[in-house]
Design a protein. Structure first.
Length: 419
């Protein structure tokens, strides 16, 4: 492509990506408030309309495994929330907390374990109403609880191949042997340490909002017993299938048991058994699914420009080094977000024959990068938007960053020590 028009086409995906970064930062054009999925979809359409990417190539670039996995987990999460089962069962979990210290630790550990199984965006959806309920019930500020939820699901999702979309990309397309075992082997211990670091930082920065009064709990009723039962079955099915895949991986027989199959099989009790299936389908987070489909298209266009490959060639780092990958993924995620960064990085790591340690560094760095600023992770945005919609609560940029920036530095240092 030697013509001026051809050169223009090459630059269109980069201009579209730059536009995404600017619009996501400001989120406002005149009197129009833009949503993140709308911005990303607009950029993908620009790439297609200008001919920078053919429709066939664009469709092939969309990762259906990721979209189907998200779809299945969103169905389960929607059923848990709408049935009232989530609020009902949370009483049994949180009633043991008699102080704020215990409450925050239980919230963070519970959200952390859940995000390692259900994917962090799903936990953000179902966890936000739970922490808002806790804040209201115990007359405490919702802000530190929302931050605890955001940080804990981001950090804990590092140690699971299904904890977040970027880890799922790495597990599915990074040739990671026995994903569940490999992620736990490399990342379990530093992740636990980072969770406690997040708790200590939150307690320090929000010490004026801590009180010593004893907490008293009450139980919420189940609103739809039939849907609650089906949602519970779906959740238990997912957990059992994850355990089964892990055990099969130990004997080298889990490769054909795909992560996508786990999510789709697990959501079947709700989809097939519930009379409210169409309402649940209408209300799942379709915008997030559209966001990811558009993101894959845009990043395919950006990849084909060769721009980032050229930047790395000019810089000439040892991109097989876990230290370099940690730094690149934490810093780079602030500019192009963590999922697009992983989508761009995987082909680069493949070309140089990077090992499993490098892939684990990419997973760790690209994930904890989401703790630095609100826009660093989709789960942060989900939590804040749902808090605003349900209770008028919000987190400002600096409220998030004053804890998130030092936390991300600590997180990166701990993973560097272990990788």
């Amino acid at each position: 492509m030697d013509s001026p028009f051809a050169a223009y086409l090459v630059s269109v995906p980069l201009l579209a990506l730059a536009g995404v970064l600017v619009l996501i930062a400001v989120r406002q054009v005149g009197n129009v408030r833009l949503q993140i999925w709308q911005i990303m979809t607009g950029a993908a359409l620009v790439v297609l309309v200008t001919g920078s990417l053919s429709l066939d190539v664009a469709l092939q670039s969309v990762n259906l495994d990721v979209l189907l996995f998200l779809f299945g987990t969103f169905i389960i999460g929607q059923g848990l929330e709408e049935s009232g089962y989530l609020g009902h069962v949370s009483y049994k979990y949180f009633k043991r907390a008699t102080s704020l210290d215990q409450l925050f630790l239980i919230v963070m550990l519970g959200a952390g374990v859940a995000s390692a199984v259900l994917m962090n965006d799903t936990v953000a959806i179902i966890g936000t109403p739970v922490v808002l309920l806790l804040a209201r019930r115990h007359a405490i500020s919702a802000k530190p609880l929302l931050l605890a939820l955001a940080f804990s699901i981001t950090i804990s999702s590092v140690m699971s191949p299904i904890g977040n979309p970027q880890n799922l990309l790495i597990a599915l397309h990074g040739n990671v042997p026995d994903p569940f075992i490999t992620f736990l082997h490399y990342l379990l211990v530093p992740t636990v340490l980072n969770l406690f670091a997040a708790f200590l930082l939150l307690r320090h920065y929000h010490r004026s909002e801590w009180h010593d009064a004893e907490l008293r709990h009450s139980q919420e009723p189940i609103r739809d017993h039939a849907l609650a039962l089906l949602s519970k079955i779906s959740l238990q099915t997912m957990i059992l299938l994850v355990i089964a895949k892990t055990l099969l991986s130990l004997v080298g027989a889990g490769e054909q048991f795909r992560l996508t199959h786990i999510a789709l099989a697990s959501c079947l009790p709700v989809l097939v058994g519930s009379s409210r299936r169409w309402g649940l389908l209408r209300r799942i987070d379709w915008h997030t699914l559209i966001f990811f489909a558009a993101m894959f298209i845009l990043m395919e266009g950006v990849w084909r420009t060769g721009f980032f490959q050229g930047v790395l060639a000019e810089w000439d780092p040892d991109i097989r080094s876990p230290e370099i990958i940690l730094a690149w993924s934490v810093i780079g995620s602030q500019f192009i977000s963590n999922v697009p960064l992983v989508a761009l990085s995987l082909p680069l790591l493949d070309t140089v024959g990077a090992g499993t340690g490098a892939l684990m560094a990419l997973a760790a760095g690209s994930t904890v990068a989401g703790n630095m600023f609100i826009l660093g992770a989709a789960s942060n945005v989900i939590i804040i938007q749902r808090a605003e919609g349900k209770a008028g609560e919000t987190l400002g940029f600096w409220e998030f960053a004053r804890v998130g920036v030092p936390l991300t530095i600590i997180n990166g240092a701990i993973y560097w020590l272990f990788l």
